[in-house]
Write a protein that binds this ligand. Structure first.
Ligand SMILES: Nc1nc2c(ncn2[C@@H]2O[C@H](COP(=O)(O)OP(=O)(O)OP(=O)(O)O)[C@@H](O)[C@H]2O)c(=O)[nH]1
Ligand SMILES: [Mg+2]
Length: 302
């Protein structure tokens, strides 16, 4: 069995930095890591990658001939990779026996909620190599400062979970910057736990840009709440403890914690229900570390 992560999220949410930081952390805890760069527009990579899509296809070539724009070009590259999946399989084959795999993907979110190529590629790889993958969806915590953007991040996370059909961990990235991004309407746990979105309505109403979409946003919120699937953890990629907590969570979702354990079902279930990182304290501690009281408009008592 091979374990790994599929790192996705909107442009600039921190995917490449994450792959770099995560691989350093995993190496420290003595896991052998291979990074697979599947973003054909990723220049100046901060990490050494074991596989690079640029050896197969370059975005700049596709933009010249058949003369596509950057978005169309990226979709074309993924479709090309799907057709040439043998290339990727041959590159992965020597790695899979003893490596933990990190896939660095492009930031074009449509690849993950309504386009088939990425899903097909990952399904094929999963079958060929008996992979156990978790999708790690990074959302810049900046989006929490604007109710409309926050709702779109929630909807993106939900749509990706449903479309990709992988275990998924949603992460508010760059949490170390949350205090400098501007005021939050509520405590951080409101944004991580996604409990009652009706509270956002007042704040949406105050924003003239969102007024036009009020009804649509309200309906989207009720869909998100009805599914009840989305919540977030937080990450500062430069903080070892923060990365370590996330690794524990991901290890649970892709089953890494069970690998190598030869135990009874009872032992497995004890591990599965062990301490989680969704605890209120974990979010409260992050809020205390990175935010001041005046960064929050409606601070609730803990
Ligand atoms: N402060 C802080 N900055 C971060 C963190 N993660 C990423 N960044 C910064 O965010 C910017 C974008 O990061 P990238 O890793 O290039 O983001 P990406 O998602 O790979 O971007 P695209 O590939 O263009 O979609 C860089 O300047 C990073 O240094 C973090 O945890 N904290
Ligand atoms: Mg990147």
């Amino acid at each position: 069995m091979v374990f790994g992560q599929v790192v996705i999220g909107p442009p600039g949410s921190g995917k490449t930095t994450y792959c770099n930081g995560m691989s350093q952390y995993l190496s420290l805890i003595e896991r052998k890591v291979a990074i697979v760069n599947l973003d054909p527009a990723n220049d100046a990579l901060p990490y050494d990658c074991a596989v690079n899509i640029e050896e197969l296809i370059k975005l700049e070539d596709v933009m010249e001939e058949p003369s596509l724009g950057p978005n169309g070009g990226l979709l074309y590259c993924m479709e090309y990779l799907e057709k040439n999946i043998d290339w990727l399989e041959s590159k992965l084959k020597p790695l899979i026996k003893d490596h933990y795999i990190l896939f660095d993907f492009p930031g074009q979110v449509e690849l993950f909620f309504n386009h088939e190529s990425t899903k097909t590629i990952l399904t094929k790889l999963t079958k060929s190599f008996n992979l156990r993958l978790t999708a790690v969806q990074l959302i810049d915590s900046l989006l929490c400062t604007d109710p409309g953007n926050y709702v779109s991040a929630l909807f993106l996370s939900l749509s990706t979970m449903i479309h990709m059909e992988l275990p998924q961990v949603n992460v508010l990235s760059k949490i170390d910057l949350i205090g400098s991004y501007g005021k939050l309407a509520f405590n951080l746990d409101f944004y991580t736990d996604v409990q009652d979105l009706s509270y956002l309505e007042n704040h949406l109403n105050q924003d003239p840009r969102s007024a036009k979409y009020r009804k649509l946003t309200k309906e989207l919120c009720s869909v998100i709440e009805d599914y009840g699937l989305v919540n977030f953890t937080t990450l500062d990629i430069q903080d070892k403890e923060s990365v370590g907590d996330l690794v524990k969570l991901i290890d649970k979702t892709n089953g890494y914690i069970f690998s190598g354990i030869d135990a009874s079902v009872v032992e497995y279930s004890k591990i599965a229900v062990g301490q989680t990182d969704w605890e209120y304290n974990r979010v409260a501690a992050v809020q205390e570390k990175y935010m001041k009281d005046e960064d929050i408009e409606e601070k609730t008592e803990e």
